[in-house]
Structure formats: structure tokens, C-alpha cells
Design a protein around this ligand. Structure first.
Ligand code: ACO
Length: 334
């Protein structure tokens, strides 16, 4: 049997819509305040896609930037995975739309649904395809236009979300670097806590489903909150253990950006100092599958990730799902 290859991230990219929506803007149409949103979530503003922009548009731009960063051409890509809960449409997949937009003519393409954990699920799939030698260069994209499924009459949810896309190129790298381990998990019994009820085969679109606002995100915020910090700690610890490391080995943590209080609580549990944690929730809110992908690209481009650093990516989300990846960083291909 062939030895497994080492997979790693050789390039990253991201794309955020230009339009900034501040907390103050919500004050004009729902009963909320800038002070409440900041103090309860850490969010100050978020990006919102124009009406003619869909998830594949943000994805394609992020992908082009990641390819440029990796020094690859679109034809070099064998597989595109788009993790999203806001595909352009039910089918074709957003990944197929991206394949066409960027001219990745040699790539297979599929979407992956794991809500906010989607990028970690995508990385895990890509790592295993590369490790097995099945594919050489894989684009993993986490992308969302959550503004299209947020209920702007529900103050409990609409203030939380933003739009954006992040991409990473996963390829074979030298044995000393790359993705050391990943961990993904799910607890489907918590599916009701976070969902978009209608538009699928359970509740097809109808006049009633529209009237009852079932095409928007529904969330039991406090139950998700209680699950979140514990899940991030558990996922990170499991991934670290799988590669023989522990919490004290982490040089940099890139967590899902859902609520600053959830991040703070996970950081305390993992006993990491705050200056080793990447935070951009203040600027973008929760971008679901895009959050970790965009944060990784920003941290890399700002030079915060040093060669030989142990980087931990960690997320939780609807499903319920959780995931983590441990990466020994090297600026290959950048
Ligand atoms: N402005 C003003 N008041 C508000 C707002 C708002 N935007 N939103 C809620 N409130 C009110 C509530 O109505 C409630 O009022 P009441 O006591 O009169 O009923 C009060 O604030 C307190 O509500 P809590 O739910 O206790 O507020 P909490 O401090 O827990 O914050 C929040 C709510 C921000 C939603 C938090 O629970 C949270 O972050 N949960 C996790 C969300 C999450 O991570 N989702 C994950 C992923 S999304 C995805 O996968 C697509």
C-alpha cells in the first residue's frame, strides 16, 4: 500500500462585499441598539452583499485570490468544495458555478453542508483526498450570503450575520509541515436549535411557508450558546490529541466568529492568551462557513502566522456540528 501523503494549505484568499452595515442601521427598523449588539455579541458592523451578488460570486473571487497566493492556475485544480448554507440555488451546486466562473475545467465540484463548521469539514475531506493521492490540488471554499436568509424582523438573529467568502488551496506539502490532524463531529439531535425550515423536501415552498416566514434562519440562541464553547474546546483538544499535541502547544487559534463571549469562553477553557487568538467578529459578524476561512486568510496576509507555528482552527455550528484542524504552518507557495 502507498504511504499517505502530507496535505497542507499552500494559498488562501477571501472576498468581502463592499457594503458595510453598522449596528446603528438596525435601530431604525427593529427594537435594538448599538450598545446591546456590541455588549452581547462583540459585533460592530457586518458586510452585506448587493441584491445581484450571490454566494458563487464571492466564492469565485476568493478562489482566484487563493490560486494567485498559491501560484497555481485554475486548470491545476482537481476538486472544488464549497461549504455553504446559502447556495445560489438548490442545484446545480455552487461549486459547479464556481468551477465555470474561474475556468477550473479539470476540477470535479460539490457543495458540502455543515453550517458554520463547513470549512473545517471541507478541509478534512480535502486533506484525506490529497493524503490518499486521489487529488493533487483542491480548492476548499467557505462562503455565505446569510443576509439573504436572515429575518430582518427578528432582532434575536438578524443582527448576528454577515456575508463573505474565504478559500484555501490544499495540496501535498513536505512531511514536516501541513495539516497534522483534523476532527469533525455531529449531534443531529440538536438539529432543531438552528435551522432554515422551508424550501427543502420537508416543507416545500408554498404561500403558507412564505406567510409563516419559514424561509429564514430560526435559532434557539441560548441553547446554541451553551453548546458552543464546550464544543470548540472539545474539538480542539481532540484534534490536538490525535497528533500528539496539547493545548500548551498552540501558537495561534483561529476560532469561528459567532459571538465574542463564546470565543472568550473557549479561549479560557483552552488556556490560551488573548494575543494568540484571531478576532474579526467586530467587522464581519458571523459569516457561518466563511468565518474561519476569512480569518485564516487575514491572519496569514497580516504575517501573524509564522513558519513552524502550530495553528488551530476550530468551529461549531448548525447540525449540530463541530470541527477542528491542527496545522504546522509554513508559508509555502506564498
Ligand atoms: N437587541 C436587543 N435585545 C435583544 C436582541 C437585540 N438584537 N436580541 C435579543 N434581545 C433580547 C431578547 O429578546 C431577550 O429579551 P427578554 O429577556 O425580554 O426576552 C434578551 O435580549 C436576552 O436574550 P438572551 O437570549 O439571554 O441574550 P444573550 O445574551 O444570550 O445573547 C445571542 C443572545 C447573542 C443570540 C446569544 O445567545 C448567542 O450568541 N447565541 C449563539 C448564536 C450562535 O452562535 N449561532 C451559531 C451559528 S449560526 C449558523 O450556523 C448559520
Amino acid at each position: 500500500m502507498n504511504r499517505l501523503k502530507r496535505a497542507g494549505i499552500i494559498g488562501t484568499g477571501s472576498c468581502l462585499p463592499a457594503r458595510v452595515m453598522t449596528n446603528q442601521e438596525f435601530e431604525s427598523f427593529i427594537d435594538t441598539s448599538d450598545e446591546w449588539i456590541r455588549s452581547h455579541t462583540g459585533i460592530c458592523e457586518r458586510r452585506i452583499a448587493d441584491s445581484d451578488i450571490a454566494t458563487s460570486d464571492l466564492s469565485a473571487e476568493a478562489a482566484v485570490r487563493a490560486l494567485d497566493n498559491a501560484g497555481l492556475k485554475p486548470e491545476d485544480i482537481d476538486l472544488i468544495i464549497v461549504s455553504t448554507v446559502t447556495p445560489d440555488m438548490m442545484f446545480p451546486s455552487t461549486a459547479c458555478l464556481v468551477q465555470d466562473k474561474i475556468g477550473a475545467v479539470n476540477a470535479a465540484a460539490f457543495d458540502l453542508g455543515a453550517a458554520c463548521t463547513g470549512f473545517l469539514y471541507g478541509l478534512t475531506v480535502a486533506q484525506n483526498f490529497v493524503a490518499a493521492g486521489y487529488y493533487k490540488n483542491i480548492l476548499v471554499i467557505g462562503a455565505e450570503t446569510l443576509s439573504k436568509i436572515a429575518d430582518y424582523s427578528d432582532r434575536n438573529t438578524c443582527v448576528l450575520f454577515g456575508d463573505g467568502a474565504g478559500a484555501a488551496v490544499v495540496s501535498e506539502v513536505p512531511e514536516e509541515y501541513g495539516i497534522l490532524s483534523t476532527c469533525i463531529g455531529a449531534d443531529g439531535s440538536g438539529g432543531d436549535l438552528l435551522k432554515l425550515p422551508a424550501g427543502g423536501s420537508r416543507i416545500p415552498a408554498s404561500a403558507e411557508s412564505l406567510r409563516d416566514r419559514l424561509h429564514y434562519i430560526k435559532m434557539d440562541g441560548s441553547k446554541v450558546y451553551r453548546f458552543a464553547a464546550k464544543a470548540m474546546e472539545m474539538a480542539a483538544e481532540t484534534a490536538l490529541k490525535k497528533c500528539g499535541l496539547n493545548k500548551s502547544d498552540i501558537n495561534y487559534l483561529i476560532p469561528h466568529q459567532a459571538n465574542i463571549r463564546i470565543i472568550d469562553s473557549a479561549v479560557k477553557r483552552l488556556k490560551i492568551s488573548e494575543d494568540k487568538v484571531y478576532i474579526n467578529i467586530d467587522k464581519y459578524g458571523n459569516m457561518s462557513a466563511a468565518s474561519v476561512a476569512v480569518a485564516l486568510d487575514e491572519a496569514s496576509r497580516k504575517g501573524l502566522l509564522k513558519d513552524d507555528d502550530i495553528i488551530v482552527l476550530v468551529a461549531f455550528g448548525g447540525g449540530l456540528t463541530w470541527g477542528s484542524a491542527v496545522i504546522k504552518w509554513k508559508a509555502i507557495g506564498r
